[in-house]
Design a protein around this ligand. Sequence first.
Ligand code: DX5
Ligand code: ZN
Length: 234
Amino acid sequence: MPRSTWKPCRDAIRIAPSLLAADFGQIAKAAHDLEESGAERIHVDVMDGVFVPNFTFGIETVRVLKRVTALPLELHLMIVNPDAHLSTFATAGADAITVHYEVCPNLHRTLSSIRALDCRSGAAINPSTPATMLDDILESCDLALVMTIDPGFGGQALIPRTLRKVEHIRREVERQGLDTEVEVDGGVDATNAKACVDAGADVLVAGTAVFRHPGGPKGGVEALQQAVAGPGAQ
Ligand code: DX5
Ligand code: ZN
C-alpha cells in the first residue's frame, strides 16, 4: 500500500496493537498474526533510552515490518530530536509518524515535515502535559495521541485522569471541524476500552491486552472490539 493512500476506516473504532508486548524474536510472526486479527494498523514504539528509560525498535525493524505485512505502520517516536530521523523512518516504511510535544520546540514544522513525507502526522502528549497544549496545532495533526501511562514500558495501569484530556481534545477536534483521530496509548484493556471511547477516543493502542490474551492476538483484538461495542453486540 503506498503510504499516501492510507485512509483510516472511520466506521468503527480502530485497534492498533503495540508490538512492544510481542515476542521480539518473532516480530514477523507477530505482524502476520495481526493481519488475521482484525487490527487496523500496527503501532511501533520507537524508544531511544533518553526521552524514555528504555530501548526498543529502530529503522531496521521498520524495514522488516514493511516487507512482511501490508498493515499500515504507525510509528510512535519516543525519542529526542525526532526531526533528524523523519525521512529515514518514512523511507523505511512508516505510514504514520507520531512525535512527542515535549521534545518538539517547533512542532508545526515537524508535523508539516511528516506530511511532506507522505506520512500521516501525529502529536503525542504525556500524562503531565495539559491537553490544551495541542489546541493550536490540532489542524496539523492527523492523529492526536494521549498517553494514558508514562511512556517507556508496557504493562502499566491506565491513569484515569488522562481520559479528561481525551474529552478535551475530542471537543476541540469537533469545535474546529477537523478529522483528526484521537488515540489513547497505555494500559488499555477490555475493562477500560469503553471508557476510552466514551471519552472520545477512536483509536485504541494496546500491547499487553492483545499479545498476552489467552486467545492470542486475534482473541485480544476481538475482546477489545466487543468491549467497545457494548453488551448485546455480536
Ligand atoms: C509505552 C508505549 C505503549 C505500550 C502499550 O510507552 O507507547 O504503546 O506499548 O502497551 P500496554 O498496552 O501494555 O500498556
Ligand atoms: Zn506507543
